[in-house]
Design a binder for this molecule. Sequence first.
Ligand code: S3P
Length: 186
Amino acid sequence: MQYTETFKEIRTQSGYPYNIFLVGFMGTGKTTLSGFLKKHTGIEELDMDSTIEKQQGMTISKIFEEKGEPYFRSLETKLLVELQSKSGLLVSCGGGVVLREENVAEMKKSGLVVLLTAKPETILERVKNNDDRPLLRGNKNVPFIENLLNQRMPKYMAAADLIVETDGRKKEDIAEELCRKLLERL
Ligand code: S3P
């Protein structure tokens, strides 16, 4: 597939000296896309939520429940600082990572920030059968999602170097667009 070639080209041309951070609201497909790109391009992938879960020996839900959201947000910041020593990573971020300005600054130091977007209806469809997201527990409806998305949108937009829409699109198509836009940035 073309994006596989494109990705190889990106890595060859640039020596791939930076990290790519996938950001976006819950359910915009960050983890799915990074898993897909890892499989098809061999890029090293890091999922922030799973890394934090491993580091803490606790699920994200438990961390929220027992230690609270601010504690979780500090773990996100700590992990982003740790990532400064790495390069060539595709990082799938938690949906709230852009909430702290210092997180955005950390990401920009070592890489490019790619925003994935989706409509509230699409997001609901993608998250409705999953109970791992504490912020959506009891809130799985379009008005709640739309409201939180609107609150966060200025921060997502301010952080984004590139934007890729995901509504109604296949992984292949999204990956293709991401790679094309990355190439244009080289
Ligand atoms: C959160 C998103 C989640 C996870 C946590 C908080 C958020 O990640 O980090 O539940 O504040 O948007 P995903 O975007 O991968 O679901």
